[in-house]
Ligand binder design. Structure first.
Ligand SMILES: [Mg+2]
Length: 453
């Protein structure tokens, strides 16, 4: 376990947040599930394709110089014997839930920030001995899981500072950052190393003459807001200077999915089959959210093309939005998608590399329920919905059967497999799928999916 120097002995007044971030989570999860992978360079890929890249690499691979998001070629260049496996989101989510249980034996979790990151709010009594608290959490995890499943913990006044502290000496780190250590203790950091400062934001800061941590520390909150162009700048300034500035809870505004298409999935039929499964999966998630959608957006992107001079051109994009009465049934969404597909065949003049389907324009189910159930909707409407209530009941019945007998039990129309599998259950930042999001049978923990390329 790494410990930074200068751990304050009495940091009671500063330690209000504990941030915990697992190290190389997807890769160490695979090593945890499969002992044969332990101690070896491992890369986790989203789909079984030589054109894909790693979404996580093990610490052994990192030590050999493999970058976190390496392509297959780059990964093999640095680590010729790297073992490439295909991501298994269902297994990672199950592990995530077991991890939360273990941590909660030590400390209540305030917010789960992603599948491998979470934050706890500390009481003064808990904050009094932050190092002991950090070690206790690590011990609880080591007792339940293999020691390779390590995390880095940061403890500081605000969530932002605690997250920065968690990054300070990965892997298996424990760092306590006191406000009195600032700005000196972070002076060596590149601005792009700070959470919330992307490459683009780094460029905006540079334009404003802010090129190092000391300069960033010196700007005021209004200046930060002006550079960021929105409230996020002020939020960042407050977090950095030890003031809590909690984010309001985000309201769900859309249910959508997108999918990269391997070469053999770019024919018109397959693109449409994939879009159909994306729409059905988004619809199932929408119904669980107890809302109705009034819009469906169908979009496609092509690949980057190159001119004779070798200059890359922008990826072609096409998309359309179809509107309809507030709906939550598969049939309405598939009708809307059919309309979108018909338009795409007329208008989109490129071979798609990815497709996306989004249901949005959400309304509370309760707010429109009386309209839908009290009267039969006339057929003159946007879609032939004379039996909307029946189609809604059918969709609910299909959802119920799938949840009882498994995701393959029944579907409206053919259930095509889609590239990469795990439809509806990609792990995005801030959204952890739960068991009902998975549309395929769950995998065994130990059933590593090896990459075939
Ligand atoms: Mg992590």
């Amino acid at each position: 376990m790494n410990l930074t120097a200068n751990i304050p002995t009495q940091p009671t007044e500063i330690a209000e947040r504990l941030y915990l971030d697992f190290d190389s989570f997807f890769a160490t999860a695979e090593q945890y599930f499969n002992p044969a992978l332990r101690g070896r360079p491992v890369g986790v890929m989203p789909i079984d394709s030589p054109h894909s890249g790693c979404i996580a690499v093990s610490r052994e691979a990192k030590r050999m110089g493999v970058p976190a998001m390496a392509s297959v070629a780059v990964a093999r260049q640095h680590a010729p014997d790297i073992i490439l496996v295909i991501a298994r989101p269902d297994a990672y989510v199950r592990l995530h839930n077991r991890i939360l249980e273990a941590i909660e034996t030590c400390l209540p979790i305030a917010n789960v920030r992603s599948i491998d990151e979470l934050v706890c709010h500390l009481l003064p009594s808990e904050a009094a001995q932050p190092e002991i608290l950090g070690r206790r959490i690590k011990q609880a995890l080591a007792d339940r899981f293999n020691p390779m499943l390590t995390c880095s913990i940061g403890i500081a006044k605000t969530e932002l500072l605690a997250k920065i502290a968690a990054e300070m000496n990965k892997p298996d780190g424990l760092a306590i950052l006191s406000s009195t250590d600032l700005p000196q203790r972070l002076a060596h950091l590149e601005l792009n190393d700070l959470p919330g400062i992307s490459k683009g934001m780094g460029a905006r800061l540079a334009n404003a003459g802010v090129t190092n941590f000391e300069a960033l520390w010196g700007i005021g909150p209004k200046h930060a807001r002006a550079i960021w162009g929105n409230i996020e700048g002020e939020r960042f300034w407050n977090g950095l200077h030890g003031h809590h500035f909690e984010r309001p809870e985000t309201i769900k505004r859309m249910f959508g999915h997108s999918r990269m298409l391997p070469v053999d999935w770019r024919s018109t039929d397959k693109v449409h089959a994939c879009a159909r499964q994306l729409a059905l999966s988004a619809a199932r998630r929408l119904r669980r959210g107890d809302v109705r959608a009034t819009k469906l957006t169908f979009g496609m992107r092509g690949g980057r093309s190159f001119s004779n001079s070798g200059k890359g051109k922008n990826q072609p994009r096409w998309g359309c939005e179809i509107t309809f009465r507030p709906a939550r049934d598969d049939r309405t969404f598939l009708h809307a998608l059919s309309e979108g597909i018909a338009r795409s065949t007329r208008e989109a003049r490129f071979s798609p590399r990815s497709v996306s389907v989004t249901l949005h324009g959400l309304e509370e189910a309760q707010a429109v329920q009386s309209d839908l159930f009290a009267v039969e909707i006339p057929q003159t409407d946007r879609f032939p919905c004379t039996a909307t209530a029946k189609w809604e009941r059918l969709s609910d019945t299909l959802d119920g059967l799938r949840s009882k007998h498994g995701p393959s039990a029944i579907s409206l129309g053919p259930k095509d497999d889609v590239p990469g599998g795990y439809l509806g259950a990609k792990i995005a930042f801030g959204r952890i799928p739960d068991a009902a999001d998975f549309n395929e049978a769950q995998t065994e923990d130990s059933a590593t999916h090896f990459c075939s390329v």
